[in-house]
Design a protein around this ligand. Structure first.
Ligand code: 1GP
Length: 281
């Protein structure tokens, strides 16, 4: 039999699972992640914003977008962010006061599909858009992208992804049958299904730039229905909405859009730090 793809031998897989554990093991308080869309900014600006988030206390950097991303802009952005994180770590190693290692902050692909990946990512959210009406987003893109992920040796984090109203571009591109704010039974069923299918994490998405974030009642229903950490993103722009999502049971809060409104990295760092501290319940 011809072996096309190298499956890592046992002694190589020691590190595999570490990032998945870091992301999927719940902690006693919700964590924040910044989402960087490579279609909206240069790699250099993306790296500056990601550094501001890291300094503010973000725990993960997601890279992806629902349209106009490709191998080139995704890879360039990931490389720039990782280099910037390493540089900060090197500087910190010269300073005995600084204890937090930025190298521990994973840079993770949050892909629109198989055509926008990078071998330099620390991991990939390997996701099913569970309420898509198009098989392409349920299984098609995943099958296309799997050989790349295997070859690159990137860790895959199996994730159920559910788009709620208003859904934004992600809802349209992904042809999602949106979950409405009062459909708590439906979101609970999806959350259970995500767990039973073996996903390690469940993402409730309102769409980037959403006018309304995912309703706390949906977050609570998902949280009570499954044994998975819950990620919430889309339209979270202020401390109140971040706090409300955490109170309802979110384990991760994702913010993307607001980040792009800042040209000044220190202002971004200040506002994100305030948001992250409001998440401490
Ligand atoms: C989108 O959930 C993310 O996939 C982030 O949304 O850009 O509205 O913060 P925002």
């Amino acid at each position: 039999m011809i072996q096309l793809y190298r499956i890592p031998p046992d002694n190589d897989t020691g590190a595999m699972g570490l990032i998945r554990d870091y992301v999927c093991n719940t902690t006693n308080q919700a964590r924040h992640a910044i989402l960087i869309d490579p279609a909206d900014q240069t790699p250099e600006i993306a790296a500056n914003r990601a550094m501001a988030a890291a300094h503010a206390g973000s725990s993960m950097i997601l890279v992806g977008g629902s349209s106009d991303t490709d191998m080139e802009n995704v890879h360039g952005t990931i490389v720039a962010i990782k280099e910037a994180l390493e540089l900060v770590d090197w500087a910190a190693s010269q300073d005995s006061e600084e204890s937090r290692s930025f190298g521990q902050i994973p840079v993770i692909l949050f892909p629109q599909g198989a055509a926008a990946l990078s071998p330099s990512a620390d991991a990939i959210t390997f996701m099913m858009l569970m309420n898509s009406t198009d098989p392409r987003f349920l299984i098609g893109e995943q099958v296309k992208g799997a050989p790349f992920v295997r070859k690159a040796g990137i860790e895959a984090i199996p994730m159920g992804y559910l788009i709620c109203s208003p859904g934004g571009k992600a809802g349209k591109v992904g042809k999602a049958d949106l979950v409405m704010p009062d459909e708590t039974e439906r979101v609970a069923s999806y959350a259970m299904t995500a767990e039973f299918l073996g996903f390690q994490i469940f993402y409730l998405e309102a769409g980037s730039g959403a006018s309304e974030p995912v309703s706390p009642s949906l977050i609570l229903a998902a949280k009570n229905a499954c044994n998975l950490p819950i990620i919430v993103g889309g339209g979270i722009r202020d401390q109140e909405s971040a706090k409300a999502a955490c109170e309802a049971g979110a384990d991760w809060i994702i913010t993307g859009n607001i980040t792009e409104e800042y040209d000044d990295a220190s202002e971004l760092q200040r506002d994100l730090a305030e948001m992250i501290s409001s998440m401490r319940l």
